[in-house]
Design a protein. Sequence first.
Length: 192
Amino acid sequence: RGGKVLIDAEESGFGKSFAESRHPRTAMGITRSGDVIWLATDGRQEFSKGATLAELAGLMAAQGCVDAVNLDGGGSTTIAMRTLVMNKPSDGRERPVANGVLLFGAPVKPDPTAATWRVNAPMNLASGTTADLSLVTKNGLMVPPREILWSATGPGWIDPEGRLRALYGGKITVQAYARGSIFTVEIISEGP
């Protein structure tokens, strides 16, 4: 609040453990210039342990927030953009919730040249390994990573740069959003 970290969990009726234990967390804040920052930390998973409230506040401050609030977390922590789930909910899927915060913007008209683009990815990936995915044009040119939003559902996790990690055996559905279009590929994760 006002640019200073303030943890008032106990005053708000939450126990000390809630504040000091790592959990999936969701936060929203505003910067001095008026930009809105939404942040989700995954947790309760092999590749992500979550954040304490102090760590979450530090992350929001590092993004330039002067005011921020911790929202519902745990298995409810889900951030979706343009219909793509951008994080890995700890329940393994989106949890039905009674409410949420929605931000609407103008629809993005698809770029007609993107109709022939494709996700460059392996068909199979051994569990526990990673692969760098890319979005390529019909001429084989890579779309710049800063223009792509990546999402993975199933037994895989993908970072903002397109690095996919197969977590365990099963079918991973990867989606890339760029220039108003969504591109989908399925990858088989081989292993336990």
